[in-house]
Design a protein around this ligand. Sequence first.
Ligand code: ZN
Length: 375
Amino acid sequence: MTQRGYGGPLRYVQGPGVASDLGCYVAPLGDRALVVIDGFFWDTLRPELQSALAGAGVAAEFVRFGGESSDAEIERCVAAGREAGATSVVGIGGGKALDTAKITAFHIGARIVTMPTIASTDSPTSSLGVIYSPQGVYDRVVRCGRNPDVVLVDSELIVKAPARFLAAGMGDALSTFYEARSNVESRSKNYIGDSYATTVGGYQIARACHDTLMRDGRAAYVAARDERLTTAVENIIEANTLLSGLGFENCGVSGAHGIHDALTVLEPTHHFLHGEKVAFGVLCLLVLENRPQAEFAEALSFCRDIGLPTTLADLGLGDVTAAEMARVGEAAMMPTNVIHSVPVTLSARAIADAIWTASALASSVDSLGRPASSH
Ligand SMILES: [Zn+2]
């Protein structure tokens, strides 16, 4: 019988103002912390957090995150963590700051606390970290061996960030269920260990992620643009962070991320956020797997309503050539690409044709699924 496995963070806490409780969550993990904090918050948030930690009896050493989760940056943080005798590493910022903190903790054997300041990525909950070159080019994924001990999500902080980040997070979260389904149908392994199948719980979390987006995504986007913290915004922060994070790690990713990765061979895509490109990848995946038209229409209208790209032109690729798209198809076929967990036979040609067709369909179908020329 196949073994099934599930993993996740020990604690997840979300709400307005929870950042000021940081000390209460870090203190049980030991009395010395290394805090890797995004430079944007060095002057604003750091003094408050330093006193919150001191008040809880934690001696904290703050490191200003350099902007890339590179080998050099991780070495710098590891040295600072060893010097401070850190028992825990706290990451505060976007996905790259959190990944640097998680990988640093892995190297020095410390516990992990993540505190995302935007809801555009599902790094906060996972045990995986990504390393980039100092120039920001993807290098490799590191398995940190454990998920964060605590994920602390201050929704007041997140709603103050530009709404584009929340929308991008929804694009990334939109892929979670469709990619989970690819993996379940192809009986692929999840990311919890080397050989575990998906649990019923893991798959239902991915489904809940999708349902929450469809129910609350549009209302959350409108509210977040004016920095209003509604229940819909709280639900979407949870969907983007907890549900999407647990969903992808416990079920696996597939073609939306695989096509995202392959599209990065074309320079114009570098100007878009991860979740924006993944959103377009979702449309391509639905074509590649030949899913019902109603599913495509649902995803398309959702992306349009929250300002996510749905066509090649939206990603700066309006003039892409057949030769360039053939390169994308070949990049997607590389053995290391995550696309191989789709339950259909793949070729570079089939992938390129799915990308062309998703873009053409998005251009020719209105948000109700009717041909655009009919009205
Ligand atoms: Zn993603």
